[in-house]
Design a protein around this ligand. Structure first.
Ligand code: GLC
Length: 579
């Protein structure tokens, strides 16, 4: 029986590529304007053609959709918006038939306030059976309950405002790190943990292949719940001293591994989303010997273009910062642990608009460059729906175009503070999570082939040019480039196993590194010109006779002592190091 040891050693997923589906925006089969499971089923051949190994499905559970399904009111069913459990089983069978695996989103830092666990906790009042399943506290001493500042501590919600909501009936507050409709579960209560593990086993019994665990490093709070001082310049919450990688987080995750994954007859995949996690902590979480998780999602590289004003304060990315950060994670998790690799997900703006150049001249080329750089790092790459088409940020004109609770709350809060609306919208256009959530662009027809109804959020008008149908037909498209990169991960051992060595770390326009795999006697050289100007680079010796493994432009000359990269040119060369 294969053992789920957690960790990269010979694991099936070490040369896998994961594709994230955000079901609400993927494909709508019943014309209600919202994507659904039948829509996913109809697109499985597309995913299989792309060549990905694993699908990660964002939440499809029953939910009031305050946070688009990350507020779950029933962990063991499917929201009628998306279909039924029978649809789910058909989808899972379809995934497996095509040799892919399916990973579910596990959202257990919090539930919806409409989950029966929470309504019982609230309605039972202090001393009730399930009271202690959530985090309830009386108002601050001497304060008038329900008034500003009477919250039990100063923690803020990640979606603006205090992290506490007052319950008139009991005179107590409950904690919600996210929206008031997402109360935090009390992981210190063993009954809560056992209920979560039982639910996870239920999904594994149904045949799913693992979990992506939502903000899983926030589950252990300092029981004293002290007022928090967030490090200056930190995005709120990311460096929170009292619940980011809190006191018992490793204990709980190791327990989860024992209770759910250890000894399971199938090989499973676990990846923990961890805002604010450091390399040192990530090493502990992903060290196979500790049997906690296979990988974590870290956030450092997606915070580098943020100014001191927080998430919506945008500043240009310095390439040296990006290289320093990703390079540190590469070496930090080099010997022990394993990296996840991502530019995009449902919470991040589109990478071609963010770190690339989405103007018509360089959109495809810069998207291919970004893909090359990411997929040639050591770790497991994650592709977010539409990234393989170079989908870009949306041209949101007014606040009425946005849907995301984080964006809407931020707008409301800033308007109340008197901030100029044009400035607020500018920040949202760059950063809103809605950029990732505009519908998948299948073709050039109205609503991009996503729906025949009215989409829940407008499709990007650029779908007339940027869509899957056109790209499938064009061998030089971004789609086919991703397909080739994914294939390389399966066929070229140095892509998976090679060590990582950064070149020219101080260069502001060149991203260059090597990957050496002694076992296969191969070394790869990756060169990427992050900019619209030609760039002549000094090369290490011995690459003249190397072959091009993949590149977004044909080579102009052999790689001798120098090579001139054209705007946004990316190349991967291969040479043999033993014969
Ligand atoms: C994670 C999810 C995000 C969600 C939040 C609360 O960061 O990726 O979409 O809003 O957790 O569940």
């Amino acid at each position: 029986m294969p053992e789920n040891v957690a960790g990269p050693a010979d694991s099936w997923w070490s040369d896998a590529v994961v594709y994230q589906i955000y079901p609400r925006s993927f494909a709508d089969s019943d014309a209600d304007g919202i994507g659904d499971l039948q829509g996913v089923i109809e697109r499985l051949d597309y995913l299989s053609q792309l060549g990905v190994d694993v699908l990660w499905l964002s939440p499809v559970y029953p939910s009031p959709h305050d946070d688009n399904g990350y507020d779950i009111s029933d962990y063991q069913d499917i929201d009628p918006l998306f279909g039924t459990l029978a649809d789910f089983d058909r989808m899972l069978a379809g995934v497996h038939e095509r040799g892919m695996k399916l990973v579910m989103d596990l959202v257990v830092n919090h539930t919806s306030d409409e989950h029966p666990w929470f309504t019982a906790s609230r309605d039972g009042g202090p001393g009730g059976d399930k009271r202690d399943w959530y985090i309830w506290r009386p108002p601050r001493d001497g304060m008038e309950p329900g008034t500003a500042g009477a919250e039990p501590n100063n923690w803020e919600s990640w979606f603006s405002g205090p992290a506490w909501t007052f319950d008139e009936a009991s005179g107590e507050y409950y904690l919600h790190t996210f929206s008031r409709k997402q109360p935090d579960l009390n992981w210190d209560n063993p009954e809560v943990r056992q209920a979560v593990y039982a639910m996870m086993r239920w999904w594994l019994d149904r045949g799913v292949d693992g979990f992506r665990m939502d903000v899983i490093n926030l589950i252990s709070k300092d029981p004293a719940l002290p007022d928090g001082i967030v490090p200056e310049g930190a995005r709120y919450g990311f460096g929170h001293p009292y619940y980011v990688c809190g006191p018992r987080v490793h204990e709980y995750i190791a327990e989860m591994h024992r209770e759910v994954f250890a000894g399971h007859p199938r090989r499973l995949l676990t990846v923990g989303e961890m805002p604010g996690v450091t390399v040192e902590e990530a090493k502990l979480f992903t060290d196979p010997a500790r049997r906690e998780l296979d990988m974590v999602f870290q956030f450092e590289h997606v915070g580098l273009d943020q100014g001191p004003g927080g998430k919506f304060d945008v500043r240009p990315l310095r390439l040296t910062d990006l290289k320093a950060s990703l390079g540190r994670w590469q070496t930090g998790l080099g010997e022990t642990g394993w990296n996840s690799l991502y530019w995009n997900n449902h919470d991040q703006p589109r990478v071609v608009s963010r770190f690339g150049d989405d103007s018509p001249a360089y959109r495809d080329r810069s998207a291919k460059l970004l893909a090359t750089v990411l997929h040639l790092h050591r770790g497991t790459p994650f592709v977010y729906q539409g990234e393989e088409l170079a989908m870009a940020n949306a041209p949101f004109a007014s606040i009425g175009d946005f849907r995301d609770i984080e964006s809407l709350n931020h707008h409301r809060e800033q308007i109340a503070l008197g901030t100029d609306e044009a400035q607020i919208l500018e920040g949202l256009r760059h950063r809103s999570r809605d950029n990732a959530r505009t519908p998948m662009q299948w073709d050039a027809t109205q609503h991009a082939g996503f729906t025949t109804g009215t989409p829940w959020i407008a499709v990007n008008p650029d779908h007339v040019d940027v869509n899957a149908k056109a790209q499938l037909a064009d061998p030089d498209s971004v789609f086919h480039y991703y397909r080739r990169l994914i294939e390389l991960r399966h066929t070229e051992p140095a892509v998976t196993h090679g060590d990582f060595h950064m070149l020219h770390p101080d260069h502001e326009q060149l991203y260059a590194f090597t990957r050496h795999d002694a076992a296969s006697g191969t070394e790869l050289l990756v060169l990427a010109n992050f900019g619209a100007a030609d760039l002549t680079v000094d090369l290490p010796e011995g690459w003249e006779d190397s072959d091009t493994l993949i590149a977004n432009l044909p080579a102009t000359s052999p790689l001798t002592s120098t090579y001139t990269l054209r705007p946004w040119e990316a190349r991967v060369h291969r040479r043999r190091t033993t014969t």
